[in-house]
Design a protein around this ligand. Sequence first.
Ligand code: BES
Ligand code: ZN
Length: 468
Amino acid sequence: MFGRFRKLTLFIALALIFCTAAAFAQSLPQPAQAAFDRKVVSRVSAEQALEHILYLSEVIGPRPGGMETEWEGAQYIASVLQSYGYDVELQSFPVSDQYIGTVELASGEQWQLGAASRGLITGDGFVSGELIFVYPGTNPSDFPTNTAGKIVLMERASTTTLYRTQVANAESAGAAAVILYSLVGSRGNYGGAWNPSLSSSSPAGIPVLGAALIQGQWLKNMLDQGSVNLRVQTKQYSNLLSVNVIGIKPAKSGDPNAPAILVTGHLDSVVGAPGANDNSSGVALALELARVFRGYNTDKEIRFIAFGSEERGLLGSRYYVNQLSQEERDQILAVFNSDMVSTSYPLVTHLYAMTVDGIPNLVTDAAEAAGGRLGNSSILPGEFGSSDHVPFYQAGIPAALFIWMRVDSWDPLVYYIEKVYHTPQDTIDENVSLERMQNALDIIGAAVFDVSRKEVPALERSRVRANP
Ligand code: BES
Ligand code: ZN
């Protein structure tokens, strides 16, 4: 009896040890693979990446495609890549005109807004006046009798026809300029600066500016404190060139035709937005990987690319793909495109690796495998377009977008994204989390390094699927 009990205990103990060991063997990465992951994960630093976000979003500020500030961003990125020892190319391409407004406060502080192309373009000149708030402005009687010479601030009415009426009414009442601010934005954001669209049959003879919701609120708050005098300017910028920055790490063999991995992100922002998360974060991630990878030999070529004019229609990435020959396209193994990788918005849950069609590819597989090896459960696959991975996908090249958001499991069309993107509030203070940046650096860094080595066996071994 006692003997049988001892045997049973021994059996249970052995079974337990065996199971634990088996589980361990499964979850423990291969020692070599773990060492390779460590080479990346122990070195990439969100604090280092933050320096780049700081320069792009605060030292430079908004970087609309084709504008001088976009070029300043490009120069900064090029000089960082050069300081790491990479060969850098600036690839420029033409983009259409920008219409940009400026509001200058009495303090001299200036804000960037959109301008109506069919409103008065002041050029280098300014229109100044006292600011008044008019509501709603869709009726001529909404305007006070002393409107003449004033700069009129209004909430943008809900339709184009209605806001055109607001502008016409303001001009009839003698307004010196109109500022319309957004009440709603796209994809649930607060509403950014915008270009009011006036009809060609009734252009305005006064400057018409499109403000972000927050800019409208700032102005209204100032009005609550007392009278406000402003200067406004509207400018057309023509013959614009936008720019891609390309830094190349050659393959160990030195073979220029070796398979290439692209680590990308767009450097431009929308008008009026510092673009700390969208997308200084993605550029900063690429630069930080460039810093860490410079010391390592890789069997594949790695290209670090900052695209221009993404916000104007994926123009930089499209230009880049279009100018490649078919052989050059075939050379590209994988595109890791980071766009909005460090938001501090509390409601996002995961770092998504998004493909345009929702079908997993080498990029999403590598990212999931890296997450699995690192014991990091932040990463999930998903389906999304809207960024620079799209032109690569359309050319048949495996590409994915990395972005922090939350996608509802019961309805993939329902998702949560920070409300400040595309607005003046996309700043380090309001929209950057070092923890999320570190997560993205670890996972994307380990995945890129894994794919950049010869056999990529670890990828096959630890192929994981996230549970829905
Ligand atoms: N970072 C955004 C894309 C994005 C925003 C994805 C929110 C998911 C949620 C990107 O910079 C962007 O705004 N893209 C443009 C692309 C368009 C101009 C083709 C967009 O989606 O409006
Ligand atoms: Zn973006």
